[in-house]
Design a binder for this molecule. Structure first.
Ligand code: SAH
Ligand code: SF4
Ligand code: F3S
Length: 467
């Protein structure tokens, strides 16, 4: 396995920042305040990348708009995880032909995970000539140069060379939320679960230096951020490539020991690497939320093996038991795939059993979607679409019942929540475990941790009043 990580030097980044300066001058000469529209598909990793794309655009003098119409540059940050996600992007890109006709000089860029597949960038090259630039996640830090080249020459650019991946610190960032911040601790994935495209499009696992992460967290806390979510495809692998003696639990402990009024979350954890030490750390530090997102994917050992997940249902359940023995209040959420190739009725029922046994607070449920180039895409898949849909519905019904039971158990309790916004007549807030709470109150509470008494619930949220 390739271990060497390319670190982008300060000099290389400075060169990119000088392109931001040149783009700014380009627009100043025209006497125009340029506008950008950045649209994000997919997971938090992409959200975090988009905040850097916005940061670079801001540095280049762009303001932001929330529609394609009239934007001087459009950036679609795409997701490849399921076919449906890709189809949405192709549909939206197709429609941009007309938007571009209505706004002379509009430039269109596509980036993100979809663009890490050569067949996709080739299709864009040949069938979508109105797209001006394409770059994969490995080339994100070079966006200023790509944009400058397109503006100056009018020629299309494609930065899609396959690489194991790099780390670039100090890219400017424009965060979309002033309370909650994403902090990537590592990039890429080495796991190659047989159904998953991520390792192919995001490259090998590489960890940021702990000092860089701590520095970013300290800055966020000083700026008044109340919630930090550490991101990685498999955060438990953090540090393995650094040989610096800091694993993910150590990193969390260091961040949770920083002064300030904030809480700490993380996503996502792979069961094969989730350690008892990590649970011990979560239990020990009050600032670490008592929530664990631990994807299980299937409750059947044969399916787990073909998925290349490298744990059994029994091993998974032991982790959950340990976590709950330390923290009875631990909120557990997970991802599950229905209709993996060859999954039988009995194997699917093992998944239902595992869900009953664990009693998740919430589940993210997906129907298997074949991804070209992954081993699962060429496996025999005799189960019909209709049967898969029926299994999916059964699973969702079961989970809805459990979620509602879990929520009902909150009624009468007092929860410390972070108030994060307003939805109509109600303020919205999140418990330590990440459950949504709606309650009446003044806007002045937004941004504060307060106690709320839970009075009612639905399948998806809790209802309460200020305690
Ligand atoms: N790295 C994370 C998951 C990232 S993808 C982890 O391993 O926990 C988020 C979820 O999408 C996965 O957990 C899986 O449930 C789902 N997923 C990934 N590839 C899929 C595919 N080909 N079809 C259906 N669901 C998929
Ligand atoms: Fe995909 Fe598996 Fe890596 Fe998660 S751990 S990103 S599911 S390959
Ligand atoms: Fe999608 Fe890439 Fe995330 S494929 S789910 S945006 S890592």
């Amino acid at each position: 396995m390739e271990k060497k990580t390319t670190v982008i030097s300060a000099q290389q980044l400075n060169r990119q920042m000088s392109f931001c300066g040149q783009i700014r001058a380009y627009w100043e000469e025209k006497g125009v305040q340029p506008l950008a529209f950045v649209d994000t598909y997919g997971c938090q990793q992409n959200e975090a990348d988009s905040e850097r794309i916005r940061g670079m655009l801001e540095r280049a003098g762009y303001g932001f708009t929330d529609t394609e119409e009239g934007a001087d540059v459009i950036v679609l940050n795409t997701c490849a995880i399921r076919e449906h996600a890709e189809q949405r992007v192709f549909g939206n890109v197709g429609a941009l032909v007309h938007t571009k006709r209505r706004h002379e000089g509009q430039k269109i860029f596509l980036c993100g995970c979809m663009m890490g597949q050569i067949k996709v960038s080739d299709r864009i090259k040949h069938s979508y000539p109105h797209v001006d630039g394409v770059f994969s996640t490995h080339h994100l830090w070079e966006f200023p140069e790509l944009l400058y080249r397109v503006l100056k020459t009018g020629k299309r650019v494609f930065a899609v060379a396959d690489e194991p991946g790099s780390i670039c610190e100090n890219i400017p960032v424009s965060r979309t939320n002033s309370l909650k911040a994403w902090v990537s601790v590592m990039y890429g994935c080495n796991n190659f679960c047989s159904y998953c495209i991520v390792p192919y499009v995001r490259g090998r696992e590489r960890s940021r230096q702990p000092e860089e992460i701590l520095k970013e967290c300290k800055e966020l806390i000083a700026l008044g951020y109340k919630e930090i979510t550490l991101l990685g495809q498999n955060v438990n692998s953090y540090g393995k490539d650094l040989d610096c003696g800091v694993d993910f639990a150590d990193l969390m402990a260091r961040i949770a020991s920083l002064d300030g009024d904030f809480r700490l979350r993380f996503m996502t954890s792979h069961p094969k690497d989730a350690s008892f030490k990590l649970f011990d750390t979560i239990a020990k530090y009050p600032k670490i939320c008592k929530q664990f997102h631990l994807p299980f994917q299937s409750g059947n050992d044969r399916v787990l093996k073909v998925m290349n997940r490298r744990y059994t249902a029994g091993q998974y359940l032991r982790l959950v038991e340990y976590g709950r023995s330390l923290m009875p209040e631990l909120v557990l959420t997970s991802d599950v795939i229905v209709g993996f190739p060859g999954e039988t009725e009995e194997e699917f029922e093992d998944t239902l059993k595992l869900i009953e046994t664990v009693g998740y607070d919430a589940l993210f449920t997906f129907i298997f979607s074949p991804r070209g180039g992954t081993p699962a895409a060429s496996m025999d898949d005799p189960v019909t679409k209709a049967e898969k849909n029926a299994r999916f519905d059964r699973l969702v019904r079961l989970q809805n019942r459990i979620s509602e039971e879990k929520h009902r158990a909150y009624i009468g309790s007092v929860q410390k929540v972070l108030v994060d916004g307003r939805d109509g007549d109600f303020l919205t807030a999140r418990t330590d475990g990440g459950r949504l709470v709606r309650f009446p109150g003044e806007d002045s509470l937004i941004g504060q941790f307060i106690n709320v008494r839970i009075t009612d619930c639905t399948t998806w949220s809790l209802v309460g009043e200020k305690a």
